[in-house]
Design a protein around this ligand. Structure first.
Ligand SMILES: Nc1ncnc2c1ncn2[C@@H]1O[C@H](COP(=O)(O)OP(=O)(O)O)[C@@H](O)[C@H]1O
Ligand SMILES: [Mg+2]
Length: 265
């Protein structure tokens, strides 16, 4: 689906997308579609953000890409090869990583054991990957023997991301990585996501914290009722009056507050 008139879709001129989802229809219950013809392109090296109201189908889209919700029609390709409805373990093998929003660590296992679970398809690569991960998440190295269940929300989120990175994915799917974290920890999560992206991992990030997400992503998709509503660069979406009015209510409020107090938003 193309963006509404006047909204450039901002797709980079970089040849073929690494991951392409075309016209996806998917759902949980027979006869009830949650995704209604959703499109998404992820170009190599991109960080893209998916925002939209609660219940829009953002998590369903990530789950469909990761083989956890059956795609009823439409297709997903990775590097030009069809991966529609492949199982999650096959997708991990092909370089796709997924960090769900909830229950994304094994609480009774230590940090190190959680990361071993992430590398179970390549146990011999564990030590080398562990070192690379600790570079990105120094806290995890210091606390490797601590049980994940005793960690704070922000630390668990790190373990979940680190576990997904153990298999050196080329594509990482993140479902609301900042959810439930304090503002400071949220900010760290966004910066870390950007850093992971800069190491060469292409990322699709779903976020409730829409403004912050659009600030750091290359391109954003607004999903509404299982369809693309708007697609553009993060900056274009943030400045689009319709997007602000319909989806970034908090941004409009922030801007008004800032204008009243004379400070920049
Ligand atoms: N496991 C499920 N079984 C049935 N319906 C579901 C399930 N998970 C989500 N849904 C429904 O799918 C719709 C979209 O949900 P979701 O993808 O979680 O939205 P979002 O992540 O955008 O908030 C909602 O109406 C939700 O009730
Ligand atoms: Mg969700």
């Amino acid at each position: 689906m193309t963006a509404p008139a006047g909204v450039p879709d901002g797709a980079p001129d970089r040849g073929e997308p690494l991951l392409r989802a075309a016209d996806l229809v998917a759902g949980y219950l027979p006869g009830v579609n949650i995704l209604n013809g959703c499109d998404l392109d992820l170009y190599p090296g991109e960080l893209i953000g998916i925002i939209g109201p609660n219940g829009a189908g953002k998590s369903t889209l990530l789950k469909a890409l990761f083989g956890l919700v059956t795609i009823r029609s439409g297709s997903v390709t990775l590097g030009g090869e069809t991966i529609t409805n492949l199982r999650a373990d096959a997708l991990v093998h092909r370089g796709v990583g997924f960090v769900p929003q909830n229950n994304n660590v094994f609480p009774s296992l230590t940090i190190e054991e959680n990361l071993q679970m992430g590398a179970f398809q390549r146990p011999r690569a564990f030590a080398q990957r562990f070192d690379a991960i600790v570079d990105l998440f120094p806290t995890l190295g210091d606390r490797r023997k601590q049980r994940a269940g005793s960690l704070s929300g922000g630390e668990r989120q790190m373990v979940a991301m680190a576990r997904a990175l153990m298999m050196e994915p080329s594509v990482l799917l993140l479902d609301e990585p900042s959810a439930g974290l304090s503002p400071v920890r949220q900010d760290e999560t966004f910066l870390r996501t950007r850093r992971i992206n800069k190491t060469g991992v292409s990322i699709i990030m779903v976020e409730q914290n829409a403004r912050r997400c659009l600030q750091i992503c290359d391109r954003g998709y607004v999903l509404d009722q299982g369809r693309n509503a708007y697609t553009a660069t993060g900056r274009e979406l943030m400045n689009d009056p319709k997007v602000i009015e319909l989806y970034l209510g908090t941004l409009a409020t922030d801007v008004e507050d800032a204008e009243r107090s004379g400070k920049p938003a």
